[in-house]
Design a protein around this ligand. Structure first.
Ligand code: SF4
Length: 361
């Protein structure tokens, strides 16, 4: 349902969003209206809200390491790690703990404050988790924020990771519920929400976003953001990915999304989850510096840094440093990690914490 269908004035929707208060009652028409307002009005509102919650010239930097690559039984149509698609990807077993910690140390030396470990599982076994728990403990001891993305996890598994010191669990909903079956058939949208609930109940911070450019309609983008914004507590991190088209995956050859449409999605995420870190995530290699600059203006304040994402390329660290210099952006400093932890522990257990969390950045 569009704003016009509901006699909704998109300008009024934008005016309400501009106050920057986190809300959990977005209607379909309201969220879709953000994709209809004039671009300049949208960006101005998003930047205004961004400044209410964050230092506008500071960007949080994460590094992502694939700790177990490929051979995944799931059929996500965008993913080169699915065993169902021939993408030429080399499979790798779960890495040794020492190797992972060496990579985390190197990432810290390059300025990363958060280290994300990704494993291509439908869900990890408890035996896999034993080793991953050692990785989490080790990365935490380095003073970095820890994040893991391992597929679906039970409440017990989430609790084990929380006890080991995991700060964030990443589990993306990918797209709107209505479009989900076009992209993944081996699990349901509800499965995703169930894991998010398990993670939240274990007291972990949530990292959850989606992918733009999979052939979805604009309304689907709005609906995906509405699902996230209407959770009891907004995800602390919201990665917005642009589809990286990998030959051999079903989505290779999909029509590319227009850069300004991507920027619009970032701005809508900023307005709908004003106190969350919005991450300009996969797809930056294909983006011009101007598009990335617009994304920062629209409220993106987190990136992945380093040569690789899980398996696809990411702009080299030198190029990112040059872009930051040109834009006068500073990487978020390590002290922010301790600020966040001292405010919330590894968990911000109630929605009332959102304002505090926002101030912590
Ligand atoms: S996105 Fe994750 S769950 Fe889906 S195929 Fe890739 S590794 Fe498996």
């Amino acid at each position: 349902m569009s704003a016009a269908d509901q006699n909704l004035d998109p300008t009024a929707v934008l005016a309400r969003a501009r106050d920057g208060q986190p809300r959990h009652d977005w209607t379909a028409a309201e969220s879709r209206a953000l994709f209809e307002v004039p671009f300049n009005d949208l960006i101005f509102a998003a930047q205004t809200v961004h400044r209410k919650h964050f230092d506008a010239n500071e960007v949080q930097v994460s590094t992502l390491l694939s700790i177990k690559t490929g051979a995944c039984p799931e059929d996500c149509a965008y993913c080169p790690q699915s065993a169902r698609y021939d993408t030429g990807l080399e499979k790798e077993k779960l890495m040794d703990v020492d190797l992972v910690l060496a990579q985390a140390r190197a990432a810290r030396e390059k300025g990363a404050t958060r280290f994300c470990m990704g494993a291509a599982y439908r869900s990890p076994t408890d035996k896999h988790l034993d080793r991953i728990i050692d990785m989490i403990r080790g990365v935490r001891e380095l003073g970095m924020e820890t994040c893991a993305t391992l597929g679906m996890v039970s409440r017990e598994q989430a609790e084990r990771m929380a006890e080991a010191g995991l700060d964030y669990y990443n589990h993306n909903i990918d797209t709107a519920e209505e479009f989900y079956g076009d992209i993944i058939t081996t699990r349901t949208f509800q499965d995703r929400l169930d894991t998010l609930e398990n993670v939240r109940e274990a007291g972990l911070n949530v990292c959850c976003g989606g992918i733009i450019g999979m052939g979805e309609e604009t309304a689907h983008r709005a609906d995906m953001l509405r699902t996230l914004a209407n959770l009891d507590q907004h995800p602390e991190s919201v990665p917005i990915n642009q589809l990286v088209q990998v030959p051999g995956t079903p989505l290779h050859g999909e029509e590319a999304v227009h850069p300004l449409e991507f920027v619009r999605s970032i701005a809508a995420a900023r307005l709908m989850m004003p106190a969350s870190h919005v991450r300009l995530s996969a797809g930056r290699t294909e983006m011009s510096e101007e598009t990335q600059a617009l994304c920062f203006l629209a409220g993106a304040n987190s990136i992945f840094y380093g040569d690789k994402l899980l398996t696809t390329d990411n702009p080299e660290a030198d190029r990112d440093r040059a872009l930051f210099r040109r834009l006068g952006i500073r990487p978020e400093q390590a002290e922010r990690v301790e600020e966040r932890r001292s405010r919330c522990g590894s968990a911000c257990a109630s929605t009332d914490d959102e304002q505090d969390h926002a101030a912590a950045g």
